[in-house]
Design a protein around this ligand. Structure first.
Ligand code: GLN
Length: 560
């Protein structure tokens, strides 16, 4: 064998690979299926990790609009990744790296760079073996420290851009045999007129998979209705999978139900058998308790979510999930009142204002660009003046400081350089300038096409003892949270803020990382994104405290 190829294969021996592919159509819940399989293994004490492969050409989703692609998830090591990585971390309660997600763009970039350097010694560079080798190399890196790696392949079998990936997986399976287990997720459509679930699309999609050399080991069938035994048997024969490898995925009220349902339907057994893992018995007691709280909560709390990407709620995915986690741990349903920040700016803002008034708490999430900013500032002012429990995240912190500067400190024209480049009162200013002043090159950044740099990934933050935020984190002195922003709070105004009752509750490297109000029931804002570290079984402490306080200070209602 080619010596380059052989080096690619070395080291693959130990890890088991579960490759999750999709058929028929997209949005079938491949991500949740992959995360559920991994969560079951993790709760059975297996050392499991996950990888998402995205066949799109973008090098990473960092420059994609949230409305186009949903949220950009940020890993601890500063990767801007597909939002599915967020599902993974939330389900398996593990910290993944940017190596746990790659795209076609990255694969080609690496191969082309190598070619330019002359690494291929004059060879003709081709999809097979060069691109497929690079795919395998990246899969191997992601699986290096895990006993089992769950690989989710984005897209649907038959897509043009997916072909090199299926070929790479075929090669992997050829080499590793039973150490590669393919779960194919497809749809069983229900035809109301015939009162029947239809198997034909699944059969065709398995045929398509076979055409490119893969044969599934298990089928996960998305379906509105329970799948009759007889139909499972038929599919097992027609698609050539074992009888116990036809698993149903019935529409669920909460994605967190899925691991429980899959386990009941026997998903773990054939995997354990294939990998010779013995009898796997995941401990799902805590998971069950939390799911019960999500489905049948005994309390509820209303949170006004003042955002601007409301057409696609996926752009706030991690935050919505983090609120669900905090709700589950408080046995409370979180009712989100979506308030379009621009609606708060208009002349007839009455409806939006009423929504704000009737909520138990106000949340201002992160965001980019000037649209809707003044509306968010109004919502913040309302929360501050009326003693409403408030959490500001990233842009939410920046605007809370601008609001305070304008309306309490009476600093006229207080602004962020993001919206007013020439402002005389830059309460929030550009990080590039800060980095230059401090000479701090340690901060991880990404050059953006807009000319700025982003501060990305996990940083430590020192908490001020006795603050609401320190209390939220159980009195911790140092915490670690993730960032994704370009601008920073300007330390020049710090004293004026503190003298007027806005305390800096978190800081690091001389940067203001969190603030809160002294004379307010619970008004906290953070420069980091707490939502990125929230997991069902391990909720983020800042968001947990926000929900706890929203419950504690529920009603009586106050007026604008
Ligand atoms: N737009 C602001 C910045 O770049 C805030 C970013 C955010 O909320 N993630 O600093």
């Amino acid at each position: 064998m080619h010596s380059f190829l052989s080096s690619v294969w070395i080291g693959l021996k130990m890890t088991n690979y579960i490759v999750v592919t999709g058929g028929v159509l997209s949005s079938l819940g491949k991500g949740v299926t992959s995360a559920s399989v991994a969560a079951l293994l993790r709760n059975a004490n297996q050392n499991v990790s996950m990888l998402k492969i995205d066949p799109y050409i973008n090098v990473d989703p960092g420059t994609m609009s949230p409305l186009e692609h949903g949220e950009v998830f940020v890993t601890a090591d500063g990767g801007e990744t597909d939002l599915d990585l967020g599902h993974y971390e939330r389900f398996i309660d593990a910290t993944l790296s940017k190596r746990n997600n790659f795209t076609t763009g990255q694969v080609y970039q690496t191969v082309i760079e190598k070619e330019r350097r002359g690494d291929y010694l004059g060879k003709t560079i081709q999809v097979v073996p060069h691109i497929t080798d690079e795919i395998i190399r990246r899969i191997k890196i992601a699986g290096k420290e895990a006993d089992t790696l769950v690989v989710e392949l984005g897209g649907t079998v038959g897509d043009i851009e997916g072909l090199p990936f299926y070929e790479a997986i075929r090669q992997l399976k050829h080499r590793l045999k039973s150490k590669v287990f393919n779960i194919h997720v497809t749809l069983l459509p229900y035809l109301a007129v015939a009162d029947e679930l239809k198997t034909k699309p699944t059969q065709h999609s398995v045929q398509e998979l076979r055409r490119i050399g893969l044969s599934p080991d298990m089928l996960v069938l998305r379906s509105e209705k329970s799948i009759p035994k007889e139909m499972k048997r038929k599919l097992s024969e027609a698609c050539d999978v074992e009888a116990d490898c036809v698993i149903e995925a019935i529409d669920a009220k909460s994605v967190y139900e899925m691991p429980l349902k899959f386990y009941e339907d026997g998903l773990l057994k054939p995997i354990a058998k294939a990998f010779e893992l013995g009898d796997l018995k995941p401990n799902l007691r805590e998971w069950k308790r939390l799911v019960k709280n999500i489905l049948e909560p005994s309390r509820e709390v209303t949170i006004a979510f003042v955002g601007k990407y409301l057409e696609l709620k996926e752009s706030y995915k991690s935050l919505i999930e983090a609120l669900i986690h905090a709700g589950a741990h408080n046995d409370a349903k979180i009712l989100l009142k979506w308030i379009d920040s621009e609606a708060l700016e208009s002349a007839d803002a009455q409806e939006a204002q009423n929504a704000l008034k009737s909520a138990d708490a106000v949340l201002v999430p992160g965001g980019f660009g000037s649209r809707g900013v003044e509306g968010k500032i109004r919502a913040i002012r309302f929360a501050r003046e009326n003693g409403k429990v408030f959490l500001g995240i990233c842009l939410g912190l920046q605007l809370a400081m601008i609001e305070f500067a304008r309306n309490v400190l009476r600093i006229e024209g207080a602004a962020s350089q993001e919206f007013d480049r020439e402002t005389k009162e830059p309460i929030i200013y550009l990080i590039d300038e800060f980095i230059d002043q401090s000479g701090d090159k340690q901060i991880r950044t990404r050059q953006s096409p807009m000319g700025g740099t982003m501060r990305l990934g996990e940083y430590e933050c020192n908490l001020k003892a006795g603050t609401k935020l320190a209390k939220a984190y159980d009195g911790a002195e140092k915490i670690h949270e993730r960032h994704r922003h370009r601008y920073e709070a300007n330390g020049k105004y710090r004293e004026a803020f503190e003298n007027a009752g806005m305390i800096v509750s978190g800081e690091a490297r001389g940067l203001i990382e969190a603030i809160e109000l002294r004379d307010h029931p619970w008004f906290v804002a953070v420069q980091f994104h707490p939502e990125f570290t929230s997991r069902l079984q391990n909720p983020n402490r800042a968001i947990l405290a926000f929900v706890e306080n929203a419950l504690k200070h529920k009603a009586p209602r106050c007026s604008l």
